[in-house]
Structures are given as structure tokens and as C-alpha cells.
Design a binder for this molecule. Sequence first.
Ligand SMILES: Cc1cc2nc3c(=O)[nH]c(=O)nc-3n(C[C@H](O)[C@H](O)[C@H](O)COP(=O)(O)OP(=O)(O)OC[C@H]3O[C@@H](n4cnc5c(N)ncnc54)[C@H](O)[C@@H]3O)c2cc1C
Length: 283
Amino acid sequence: MKEKFMSPHTYSPDSLASLLLLTKRHPRAVLYAGGTLLLQSGAGGQEPLPQDLIYIGGLEELKRINRTDRYLDISSAVSISSILETGRHVLPSAFRECLEGIATPQVRNLATLGGNVCAGTQRMDAFPVLALMEVRIEIRRAGSSRWLPLNRCLDGEGNFILNPGEAVTRLRIPYDDWNVQMYKKSAVFRAFEEDRIIFCGLSKRQKNTLNEIRFIYCLGRQTLLRIRDVELELTGKSLPLSDRTIDQILEEAKNYCRDIADMEKGRNRERVFSTLKLFLSTL
Ligand SMILES: Cc1cc2nc3c(=O)[nH]c(=O)nc-3n(C[C@H](O)[C@H](O)[C@H](O)COP(=O)(O)OP(=O)(O)OC[C@H]3O[C@@H](n4cnc5c(N)ncnc54)[C@H](O)[C@@H]3O)c2cc1C
């Protein structure tokens, strides 16, 4: 039996207003910007391609970067390369390091920040970092817009979910005075299914006291791990942390992670705790 090949229909709106009209008319159409994820079979792209596609990579309104004293606004179709071209002190260092580690310079010229965070069934590199920084995203549809914390866009299974007809238009990164920012990625993109680990840690100190600490892991395709009890327990401790405190905290983290399946893949368990130990020792 011959299979019938249905090529997708691609729309290319020329303004944000026409994009929103299109998404209203075709609420099930799938947006793409760089296409480096969606159009790549085997890289986690959607297969087969959806019937209706909307290309947003050419929209000038979605390619802006604005900065105030309190935050940095990046529109969703700004390429990773363009973000990296902004001044060295404009981007939080952990975010910059994360972007520098994504793919190759050629792919980064096409790949966008919106495409990175909106990937449906997997968490790409920037997501855990931006979720930890409490980034909010602007979501637009015809006639309305709303702002949502990035991590509130995930369903119970960790899939990125928007309502039909919606598009992510901006990401707002708050400026915060983190004293320590650490980013580590343990596997190359293609190898991530089994043993990929992303770590991001942020901390603030006031004199010799740990004022605030946050850390997050992304394990495998989409397991996000943040141990808030441990963060709370560390807050207010004197710095540097003693070896005894670090050992205690590692023990608590190990207990917390006992039942997480992705911890058992490859060398994940060992890597998770050695990264945490390194982070705690640098505070
Ligand atoms: C060789 C290679 C290496 C790679 N290495 C890495 C890597 O190291 N780390 C990494 O994180 N990624 C990697 N990627 C994947 C990809 O390049 C990045 O994740 C990239 O940032 C995706 O952006 P994009 O614009 O190409 O997304 P697209 O493919 O255009 O879209 C991705 C998803 O986001 C949705 N989407 C896009 N924009 C919006 C929007 N505004 N509103 C709502 N939904 C939207 C699309 O519908 C789709 O589901 C790699 C890809 C390749 C080909």
C-alpha cells in the first residue's frame, strides 16, 4: 500500500498582528522560528510534521531586546547568536554560559530563545536556567495577552503547554545581584537521552551569611529537580560552609533523590552530587 505524503502548509505572517489573526484562524497550527528543533527528525522534532505551520522567524517585532534597570526583555524569535552579541555585562553569567554551550555557531545563528524554551516534550538547555531565575513569559493571542512564570507552563508530565491559538512573544529576565552563578552541562546534545545533566546554581551573600540560594537540575529529557527544603536549610548559614555542613546537605539531597528514575541512568547519581558539592564549596 502506498502512503500518501501530505506536505505541510506553511504561513509566513509579516507582522505580529497578522500572526495573531492567523493563530486565531488556525488554532492548531504549529509555530516555528529557527526550525532547528521542530524540523530536525531525531533531534526531538515533531514527526510527522503538523499539517499547518506558521513561520515566525522573520517577524521584526519578535526580534527585539530591551533592557531596563530591573530586567532584560528578549523577544521570542531573537537568535541565540544575537543574544550572545549583547554586551558581556548585560546577560547573567550563568545564562550566557548556557547559551554558549548550545549547538554550534551555525545552529545558534538560526536557533531562537523562544524555540528553546517552548519545546513540547523535552526541556532544552535554557529552560532550567531561566526557570531558576524566575523568568516570566508573555503569551499573546488575538485580543489578549498574559504574563506567566516560565515553570507554570509545564503540565504534570513536564510538557510545555499553551492554549490553542497562543504564541510566546517575550521573555523577561529579572536582574538580581547573585554573587555566585554556576552553570554545568554534562553531555553533548545528541547524547542527552540517557545521561544528560544540566545544573544551574545561584546564590547571594551578605557579609559572611548565605542570604539566598537556588539550584536546579535537568536530568534526561525533561526531569527538573529543585530541592527547596535543602535551599531553605542552607539559607542563613555562615560562609564558607564547613565540610560537615556540606556532607550533611549532600546526605539530605541523596535521600530526597532516592526514587527519581533518571538518577539511575549512566553516571547521573555520581555527577549530580559531585556538582552539588562543587557548588556548595564555592559559596
Ligand atoms: C545539531 C544541533 C545541535 C543542537 N544542540 C542543542 C544544544 O546543545 N542545546 C539545546 O538546548 N538545543 C540544541 N539543539 C536544538 C535547537 O537548536 C535549540 O533548542 C533551539 O534553541 C531551538 O530554537 P528554534 O528557533 O530552532 O526552535 P523551533 O524548531 O523553531 O521550535 C521549537 C519548538 O518551539 C515551538 N515554538 C517556537 N517558537 C515559539 C513561540 N514563539 N511560541 C510558541 N511556541 C514556539 C515550536 O512550535 C516547536 O515546538 C540542537 C539542534 C541541532 C540541529
